[in-house]
Design a protein around this ligand. Structure first.
Ligand code: SF4
Length: 301
């Protein structure tokens, strides 16, 4: 399959079947210092966008094969840069049944009415807001020049005032960049205006694009106390109650190329046969280990 990957155990949304709308290259208008994808030129639109029919055909096949909780729209970058997003959401809604439909977006396009209208048709919308301080925002998310933080904040407030689905706001914290209490005091004011369903506070947990460091759980917890009057979730790797899945060798390599796994991920997601296939790929040098913050990650060579 070209556009579908997983299912993967997500820390925050359960077992997730992923849709990648840009499988051949990273397509993003940010260049976040913590990004787990390779560095790439920032773009405004996904080049060669896949046809909706092609994505839906693969999705139908995967839905027959796997058990999962959510269908997650991603794009090896920013999925709202996909030209046919609205059409795709409509088509998925027609076939998804009881499954939830989720998008993971950096919020860069939320100022646009058409994007807000499209996102309001999903079950869960995860939007990022790493800082409300212009300087910090530019330092951590490295957006395209045309993107302005105040437009993102205005768009988030407008969206939350009019949507009836679940809005999850994510703040990813990087050591020495957006981990000051003053940052969180400012964030708290804006987050209370947005008033999302949940605020996820997370940190780096996979090999990042730049040389930056994660916070400890205790540090995240301390900062999270600055976000008042909100449902705050500290996204950690603990307690993922995942159903084991069977992957062939190609699926294993494809999955690890998109998302490096820890030993815990392998235990959580792979069934016994898949683990044997994984061990053999590792023995043949198709998979390597990289260490981040004292945690070993397995990824394709
Ligand atoms: S973390 Fe997300 S928003 Fe940031 S550069 Fe990577 S893909 Fe883009």
């Amino acid at each position: 399959m070209k556009y579908i990957f997983g299912p993967l155990a997500s820390r925050r949304f359960g077992m997730s079947l992923g849709i990648d709308l840009s499988p051949d290259e990273k397509s993003c208008n940010f260049d976040c210092i913590y990004c787990e994808l390779v560095r790439a030129t920032k773009i405004e639109k996904i080049a060669n966008p896949p046809k909706v029919d092609a994505v839906i055909a693969e999705l139908k096949e995967a839905m027959c094969k796997f058990d999962f909780d959510v269908i997650t729209i991603t794009a090896n970058g920013e999925p709202t840069l996909y030209h046919y997003l609205d059409e795709l959401i409509d088509a998925i809604n027609e076939i998804k049944g009881e499954k939830k439909l989720l998008i993971l977006s950096n919020a860069s396009t939320i100022e646009r009415q058409d994007v807000r209208d499209s996102l309001s048709k999903l079950d869960i919308v995860k939007l990022s807001l790493d800082s409300v301080n212009e300087q910090t925002f530019k330092k951590i998310d490295r957006p395209m020049k045309s993107i302005e933080l105040k437009n993102i904040i205005d768009g988030l407030i407008k969206y939350s005032q009019n949507c009836s689905n679940e809005l999850v706001l994510e703040v990813l914290v990087v050591k020495g960049i957006n981990d000051k209490v003053e940052e969180f005091t400012l964030l708290n004011r804006v987050i209370n205006q947005i008033n999302p369903a949940r605020v996820d506070i997370s940190t780096i947990d996979r090999p990042p694009a730049y040389d930056v460091e994660a916070l400890t759980y205790e540090e995240l917890y301390t900062l999270s106390k600055e976000i008042k009057n909100q449902t705050v979730f500290i996204a950690t790797r603990k307690n993922i109650d995942a159903k084991k899945e069977s992957f062939n060798e190609d699926d294993i390599l494809k999955t690890l190329s998109k998302r490096p796994f820890t030993k815990a991920d392998i235990e959580d997601v792979f069934d016994a046969k898949t683990k044997e296939r994984f061990n053999s790929l590792f023995a043949f040098g198709k998979i390597e280990i990289v260490k981040v913050g004292n945690i070993d990650f397995f990824r394709t060579v």
